[in-house]
Design a protein around this ligand. Sequence first.
Ligand SMILES: [Zn+2]
Length: 168
Amino acid sequence: MDFDFEFEPLEPAPTRTEEECDKEIWQPRWKCFCCQDTGKIQPLLVQRVIPKYNYDRDRLPVCQVCSKGRDWLHLKDEGIIDTRISFDTCRKLDIMAREEWKRTTLQWFEVAQKRVEEGTTEIAQKQNLRSRSRTQAEVALAQHKHSLARGDWEEIKEEEEIEDELRE
Ligand SMILES: [Zn+2]
């Protein structure tokens, strides 16, 4: 039995446009840069406010700039969270982290672009080398063919001459 069915091809139906996919690379999946939507202020940012902050030892400073911090407030009485970092400070930390993100992605983009450029040059150089060696090989082959052809021609000519001689 032959199960090689043929289907009328359909166009792909993407959930997102290509533009949206490109944008995603440069935009993080979180909205709040202070806590990255976890409600806990990012440890590196906490250290800007509490220089001796120890993530393993100290209470977790909660984000006050977005609503995610509220998820931790029920632990306030347990002595697990730290609510001393204010809304204003959180907002400043958010701005700082945003700038840092922009700078990092820009650097990353520049590095990636440089790599692409270098890669392209390298490929071009390799192709040049390849075409150059191919050209040399082709010249050699052509010379070889030419000498063969010349030989053939002479042989044929000789045969023709012989035939002519026979006809005469
Ligand atoms: Zn937040």
